[in-house]
Design a protein around this ligand. Structure first.
Ligand code: SF4
Length: 358
C-alpha cells in the first residue's frame, strides 16, 4: 500500500465515530518506516488540533510500594520478597506536594501499589489538606476500591483517577492477573466515571500472547468508554516476576498504539510514559510526544524511595533528586519546538463536569 493509500485509511479512521477494527489493525501492523512516519505525523496534527502544542505536566508522588496483587508483569507484585517496601507518611507527602507546587505544576498524582492497608479516611484527610493548602488538581492512582471509597475521595476533592485496564482481552487479562477479576476492573472504572472523576485508562504493549487485534480492540474500548486520559505503557521484563524471560515490548508498536489512540480518541490527554522513556538509546518520550502524546509526569517521589518503586527495571531518572526532571523536561520540549504548560490541564471533555452522585 502506498503512502497515499495510508492517508485514505487515516482519514477514514479520523472521520469515523467508531472506526472499523480492520482499519485499526492495518495501522497498527505498519512496518515500513515511511508509512509509520505518515501515521505519526497524522497523529501529531490531530494532537495539535485537539489538545494544542503545549505539554502538560503532572507531578508524580509514588507514596507506597506495598501491593496485594500479583500482576505477572510488575515488580511490585506481592510475591517479590526481595523488594524493600515503604509507605510515606502524610508529612512526607505534603512536603513533596509543596515541591510540586513550588515548581509551578498544578497537578499532583498520588500513586501507590494496591496497598491493602491503605486507610480510606487517611487518604480522604490527605486530599482535603492538599486541596486546602495548594491550588492543584489531585489525581489518584491506587487501584481497585469500593464505590464508597471512590465517592469519599471524590467528595474530599479528588479530581481524577487512573485505573488502567492493561488489556481488554479477557483471556489474556485473566492469564496475567490470576487473583483479580476483569469484570471488577471494568466496574471500578465505570464507577469512577459515574462519580464524576476525570477518568483514566490505558494498556500495556508487548504482553506475551497479545495480538494486533487485541490492541485494536483496546483502542475501540477507549473510544467507547469515553476516557479523559489514556496511558500507553511498554512491557519491560522484571527479574522478580513470572514473565521475567519474556522479550521486551516493541517500542515502535507502542508508538503506533499511541498514534492510533490519538487519532481515534482525539482530545484525550496522553502521557509520554516513563516506561517508553526507559528503553533504547536517547529518550523515546520525545518520539511519543511526536506521535500524539501531550503529557509528561516528572517524578517528585523523595529519595531514597524513588528507586524502590520498581514496577520494571531500568526506570529512568530514579537517581535524580525529587523534581530535578522539570528542568530536563523544559529542555526536552524545546528540542521539538513545544513548550510547557503550567495550568491544571483538565480534561477537554465536558461529560464529567459537575457530576457527583450523593
Ligand atoms: S501493576 Fe499495580 S496492582 Fe499490579 S502488582 Fe503492580 S502495583 Fe500491584
Amino acid at each position: 500500500m502506498t503512502v497515499r493509500d495510508i492517508k485514505s485509511v487515516l482519514d477514514k479512521v479520523y472521520g469515523s465515530e467508531i472506526p472499523d477494527l480492520v482499519d485499526l489493525e492495518y495501522l497498527l501492523a505498519l512496518e515500513d518506516e515511511q508509512q509509520m512516519e505518515s501515521l505519526f505525523e497524522y497523529a501529531d496534527q490531530v494532537r495539535s488540533r485537539f489538545v494544542g502544542d503545549e505539554i502538560l505536566l503532572r507531578g508524580l508522588i509514588e507514596f507506597s510500594n506495598f501491593c496485594r496483587n500479583t500482576c505477572f508483569y510488575c515488580g511490585l507484585n506481592k510475591y517479590n520478597r526481595e523488594l524493600q517496601r515503604y509507605r510515606l507518611d502524610s508529612s512526607q507527602i505534603m512536603s513533596a506536594v509543596n515541591d510540586i507546587a513550588a515548581a509551578g505544576i498544578k497537578t499532583v498524582v498520588l500513586q501507590s501499589g494496591e496497598d491493602g492497608d491503605l486507610d480510606a479516611y487517611w487518604l480522604k484527610d490527605l486530599i482535603e489538606r492538599i486541596k486546602m493548602d495548594f491550588d492543584v488538581a489531585v489525581t489518584l492512582s491506587v487501584g481497585e476500591r469500593s464505590y464508597e471509597d471512590y465517592k469519599l475521595w471524590k467528595q474530599a476533592g479528588a479530581d481524577r483517577y487512573l485505573l488502567k485496564i492493561e488489556t481488554t482481552d479477557k483471556a489474556l487479562y485473566d492469564s496475567i492477573h490470576t487473583q483479580m477479576s476483569f469484570e471488577n476492573r471494568i466496574e471500578c472504572s465505570r464507577n469512577l466515571k459515574a462519580l464524576g472523576y476525570q477518568n483514566g485508562s490505558g494498556c500495556l504493549v508487548g504482553l506475551k500472547g497479545q495480538t494486533i487485534r487485541s490492541l485494536a480492540k483496546d483502542i475501540l474500548f477507549f473510544k467507547k468508554e469515553g476516557f479523559d486520559m489514556l496511558g500507553i505503557g511498554l512491557f519491560i521484563p522484571h527479574e522478580m516476576t513470572p514473565l521475567k524471560n519474556e522479550p521486551l515490548g516493541n517500542i515502535k508498536l507502542a508508538l503506533k498504539v499511541i498514534a492510533v489512540t490519538r487519532i481515534v480518541t482525539k482530545d484525550t490527554h496522553i502521557p509520554a510514559t516513563t516506561a517508553i522513556g526507559s528503553v533504547g538509546k536517547g529518550d523515546a518520550r520525545l518520539l511519543a510526544l511526536k506521535a500524539g502524546a501531550n503529557v509528561l509526569m516528572p517524578n517528585f517521589t523523595p529519595q531514597p524511595y524513588k528507586r524502590l518503586y520498581e514496577i520494571y527495571p531500568g526506570k529512568r531518572c530514579v537517581n535524580e533528586q525529587s523534581g530535578e526532571c522539570v528542568h530536563c523536561i523544559e529542555t526536552m520540549a524545546k528540542t521539538i519546538n513545544r513548550s510547557i504548560c503550567y495550568s491544571r490541564g483538565d480534561s477537554k471533555k465536558n461529560s464529567h463536569a459537575g457530576v457527583l452522585h450523593n
